[in-house]
Design a protein around this ligand. Structure first.
Ligand code: NAD
Ligand code: A1AUG
Length: 543
């Protein structure tokens, strides 16, 4: 794969405001009404360019989280036989895709970006809002801007990788060829970000690999439209094969195949660990060593120091914990606040949390909406019940839930005296913020507590105006977060600005939307050419 011409220098896609009366709001509202009013769309698998229902036994209705009786689309799930057909299609497409010059591949993904930034923006946002329960602001930063940014920045990063070439010596020309991996990449994507669902298959494909893409069923409404965008952009048949379906059945076939060259995963820690184990068990059967890239769970913290700005802290806690109902891997779910600051912010945190408007995503005045599905709702309801029953905890805001029309869980703040209780260690993936109040003098001990309380290391924030304190937190929490924020909420990383990912139980930290991620999908070949080869075997010392 080579890149001889220059590619457009990317800039971040501007976030539109959707203020009342704006043209983008009118277009979005019209599309929301159409998509919600249409009969449920059949969400097919796409295998070798052919759209067809999966051959698995089960069907899955994609419903609106905020109105769970409302069916948006129906998936006839893909299963093992579809995975087999998709692998065959991917391997058949591999040689011509690898041979296509980089510029031609890049043009396809740049066109996809422009389609989403332009004519498909309202569709991608409306589908993400309705299917995944995002408000317009949360959809806009995800299914429009971040997805566009991934597509555009990755092209520039790929070219940067390819321009990375070794040194030469007199009479010798050295080259590095960035080949694709041998085989196919299996991309498995989560429900919560349409951008991640788009990035995982396309980043591997950009580097020349054919892909099996298994979106989360609950994200498959927006995934269906993204597949349409890829086709319109000119992606050849078989390069990305979409399999909405049963993860385990598809994995059992994909992970048993000798051509598995990599897994590009984002989702929960236990699922990634299960995939890693399965690959380990099958390791002798593969042609090479599959690359395993996984971005997984988090228990993301906000640590406040007595020198913190109280007003900024409250805003960061409310936005960081409750935007998209805490269903971001980066969401603030544990906060450590000194007594002096707690006295100043407690009532305001409660007031702002109780005032949050939670409801149907079609009402653009809402701050957040329902959680993704019944499974999540049931889990969160149990957690809230347990908090009410636990005498080490006090629920000071929210603490209620209601599934009569949608999977609604009120943003909830729980103060806990035991810093090692589950609320400070376990990822719940919902709108529940645990607060631990500590004595002002214990700040340095609390740094240690933040570091060790949970197995994750994804995102976290320090709030302090004392620079020496900021430095102590940077040092003491060096390995506690792959994305570290100073006086900001721990969510909302932007492609090209804060490359995203964490270590420990949070993943392999290959930084989505960066050249560090793309390099995992290349297998470099070093080529040495001697321009005038020697013709005698002797060396000077032999004379
Ligand atoms: N670190 C990050 O960048 C990041 C980003 C987004 C989400 N997440 C994490 O994702 C989780 C929430 O997303 P989710 O609920 O979709 O996660 P999940 O692990 O339940 O599902 C992720 C994907 O894996 C699939 N899956 C499940 N079992 C499988 C199997 N055996 N084989 C193949 N695929 C299988 C699912 O169908 C889905 O497509 C949270 O833990 C969150 O922290 C992390
Ligand atoms: N990159 C996103 C989180 C992705 C995980 O859900 C953020 O920074 O908020």
């Amino acid at each position: 794969m080579d890149a001889r011409t220059s590619v457009p220098q990317p800039v971040n896609e501007p976030v539109l405001g959707y203020a009342p009366g704006s043209p983008e709001r009118a277009e979005l509202e019209a599309r929301l009404a159409e998509l919600a009013g249409d009969a449920p769309v059949p969400i097919d698998a796409v295998i070798g360019g052919e759209h067809r229902p999966g051959t698995g036994e089960d069907t899955f209705d994609v419903t609106m989280p905020s109105d769970h009786a409302h069916v948006l689309g129906t998936v006839q799930q893909a299963g093992g036989a579809d995975a087999r057909a998709a692998i065959d299609a991917a391997l058949a497409a591999a040689p011509s895709w690898a041979a296509l010059p980089f510029d031609e591949k890049a043009a396809i993904f740049l066109r996809a970006a422009d389609l989403i930034a332009g004519p498909y923006r309202a569709t991608m946002n409306a589908a993400t809002m309705l299917g995944q329960g995002k408000t317009v602001q949360q959809a806009e930063i995800d299914s429009a801007c971040e997805l566009v940014d991934f597509l555009r920045f990755n092209v520039a990063y790929a070219q940067q990788i390819m321009s990375e070439q070794p040194a030469n010596s007199p009479g010798v020309w050295n080259r590095m060829e960035y080949r694709p991996l041998e085989g196919f990449v299996y991309a498995i994507t989560p429900f919560n970000f349409t951008a991640i669902a788009g990035n995982l298959p396309t980043s591997a494909a950009l580097m020349g690999n054919p892909v099996l893409w298994k979106p989360a069923l609950t994200q498959s409404f927006a995934a269906h439209f993204f597949a349409e965008v890829l086709e319109k952009a000119g992606l050849p048949a078989g390069v990305i094969n979409m399999l909405p379906g049963h993860g385990k059945e598809i994995s059992d076939v994909a992970l048993a195949d000798p051509h598995l060259a990599g897994i590009h995963f984002t989702g929960s820690t236990p699922v990634f660990q299960g995939l890693w184990k399965q690959v380990g068990t099958n390791i002798a059967g593969y042609r090479g060593y599959p690359r395993l890239v996984g971005e997984t769970g988090g228990k993301d913290f906000v640590l406040a120091h007595p020198s913190a700005d109280p007003e900024a802290l409250v805003t960061a806690l409310v936005r960081g914990a409750f935007e998209y109902s805490g269903q971001k891997c980066s969401a603030a779910s544990r906060a450590y606040i000194p007594t002096s600051i707690w006295a100043q912010i407690r009532d305001e945190l409660v007031r702002q949390t109780e005032a949050l408007a939670v409801g149907d995503v079609r009402d653009l005045a809402n701050f957040t909406s329902a959680v993704i599905d019944k499974r999540s709702f049931d889990k969160l309801a149990k957690v809230i019940d347990a908090c009410h029953a636990d005498e080490t905890m006090e629920v000071i805001a929210g603490g209620t839930y209601d599934d009569s029309t949608g999977w609604y869980v009120r943003p909830t703040v729980v103060v806990g005296t035991d810093p090692l209780s589950d609320i400070f260690c376990t990822e719940y993936f919902g709108p529940i913020l645990g607060v631990h109040v500590y004595d002002d003098g214990d700040f340095d001990d609390v740094i240690g507590l933040v570091d060790t309380a949970s197995p994750y290391a994804l995102t976290g924030s320090i709030f302090a105006t004392d620079r020496a304190v900021v430095q102590r937190a940077l040092d003491g929490l060096r390995f506690t977060a792959g994305n570290f924020y100073i006086n900001d909420k721990p969510t909302g990383a932007v492609v090209g600005q804060q490359p995203f990912g964490g270590a420990r139980a949070s993943g392999t930290n290959d930084k989505a939307g960066s050249m560090w991620n793309l390099i995992r999908w290349a297998s470099p070949r070093a080529i040495k050419e001697t321009l005038v080869p020697p013709t005698s075997t002797g060396y000077p010392h032999m004379q």
